[in-house]
Design a protein around this ligand. Structure first.
Ligand SMILES: NC(=O)c1ccc[n+]([C@@H]2O[C@H](COP(=O)([O-])OP(=O)(O)OC[C@H]3O[C@@H](n4cnc5c(N)ncnc54)[C@H](O)[C@@H]3O)[C@@H](O)[C@H]2O)c1
Length: 366
């Protein structure tokens, strides 16, 4: 049975919506049939045509789409939300209330309070909801999680995730940058919400541990910025392990430098996006094991973003495969959902406030 997908956003050629469409298609079970691809009706219409969507189903706005799709016997089964952050909360709430399942891109919302509200709405709706924390779906990352869960590293002592980009060192980096540095559209966090939250999710996902306290130092380094573009956050995990999220978008020359290191009492492991199918394990006896986990099955070329090319589409497709399983009523325990989204928003907002107040160590309260 083909699952019918609607999309909110994704109307510009560099937008992540393009990746969502290809990843969904790569499952062999999903077809994009409707959408509001832009806030501008004409751009929505043009993008719909480029996606091969029936012109009658390239809508001008979300209420019109939800009403029309509800009324159709072949209406969409779920909606993917790939707009700038400020629309995640209203669009997800409206789609759930209209009875549709939702796949949302991260962060869950623009503000923590919205995420709290949204988690209640998701629970009350009973509809499937997932978040595309893409990096957690690389086979090597899932293998890292499995090994740690099986005790192969022993007790975890330290987790450091670094995510370095350079494109926002440029004060005017284009349309995709414009909303990311605007609090009205990005929300309470800049870099911390754009990429720091990926790093935070990876730290908790791979270790299976929850962060209980943080100490944050966030900077708006490029003059005139209202939101952070460079972040250092120390972490304390519930078991006492130490860690850090280092996320920056002003490191000139860095494309998409994501690197995770997890140290246990018996061994450590390293995973990095530069070689994403490889997991390196260093043991306390001095031996090193290198594990290669190739693609998860969906071989689709990435449409853009050279630095993302290797394995990125496969990981995205793995998220969509898990989501189709949930839509069929099956379990997909590794698929990120509302609890992960809410923890991510707590991380973002607590870090922003604590850094602003120079508060030192603070509890991470969800
Ligand atoms: N999971 C990942 O790895 C990943 C990667 C990149 C971006 N993202 C997330 O995806 C989201 C979009 O980021 P992007 O880089 O694609 O941004 P973008 O600016 O490239 O694209 C956003 C799109 O949303 C459309 N849009 C804006 N307002 C709209 C409205 N009212 N109705 C319908 N469409 C509207 C725009 O026309 C544009 O096509 C962000 O929340 C971002 O954090 C996630």
């Amino acid at each position: 049975m083909v699952l019918r997908m609607g999309m909110i956003g994704g109307g510009s050629c560099l937008s992540i919506g393009q990746t969502h469409r290809l990843a969904a298609q790569a499952t062999g079970e999903i077809e994009l049939v409707a959408g509001v691809f832009s806030s501008d009706p004409e751009r929505s219409r043009i993008a719909g045509a480029a996606y091969g969507v029936d012109p009658a189903r390239a809508y001008a706005d979300l209420p019109t789409m939800l009403a029309a799709e509800r009324a159709r016997s072949d209406g969409v089964d779920f909606v993917s939300i790939v707009t700038p952050n400020h629309l995640h909360y209203p669009a997800t709430s409206a789609a759930l209330e209209a009875g549709f399942a939702v796949m949302s891109d991260k962060p869950m919302t623009a503000r923590l309070e919205e995420a709290r509200q949204l988690r209640s709405t998701i629970r009350q709706s009973g509809r499937p909801y997932a978040l595309s924390y893409t990096y957690s779906a690389y086979p090597a990352v899932r293998e890292a999680r499995a090994r740690i869960a099986a005790g192969r590293l022993g007790d975890i002592r330290k987790i450091v995730v670094e995510y370095a980009q350079g494109w926002l060192a440029n004060p005017s980096a284009g349309e995709q940058a414009a909303w990311r540095i605007d609090p009205a559209r990005a929300g309470v966090g800049g870099c911390i919400a754009d990429i720091g939250v990926h790093a935070f999710h990876l730290a908790e996902f791979v270790s299976g541990l929850r962060v209980s306290r943080i100490m944050a130092d966030l900077g708006a380094v490029v003059p005139g910025r209202a939101l952070d573009d460079d972040c250092a956050v120390l972490l304390r995990f519930e078991n006492g392990a130490r860690g850090a999220v280092l996320a920056s978008q002003i490191e000139i020359g860095q494309g998409n430098g994501l690197r995770l290191r997890c140290d246990g009492e018996k061994a450590s492991l390293v995973w990095q996006l530069d070689d994403p199918h490889c997991l390196t394990i260093h043991r306390i006896d001095g031996s090193t094991e290198t594990v290669r986990l190739e693609s998860s099955g969906a071989v689709v070329p990435a449409p853009f973003e050279v630095q993302h090319a290797d394995g990125y589409m496969d990981a995205f497709a793995a998220i969509y495969r898990d989501f189709t399983a949930v839509l069929r009523g099956e379990e997909a325990p590794l698929l990120p959902g509302a609890d992960d989204g809410l923890r991510g928003m707590a991380f973002i907002e607590t870090a922003v406030e604590a850094s602003r107040a120079n508060a030192g160590w603070v509890d991470l309260v969800v």
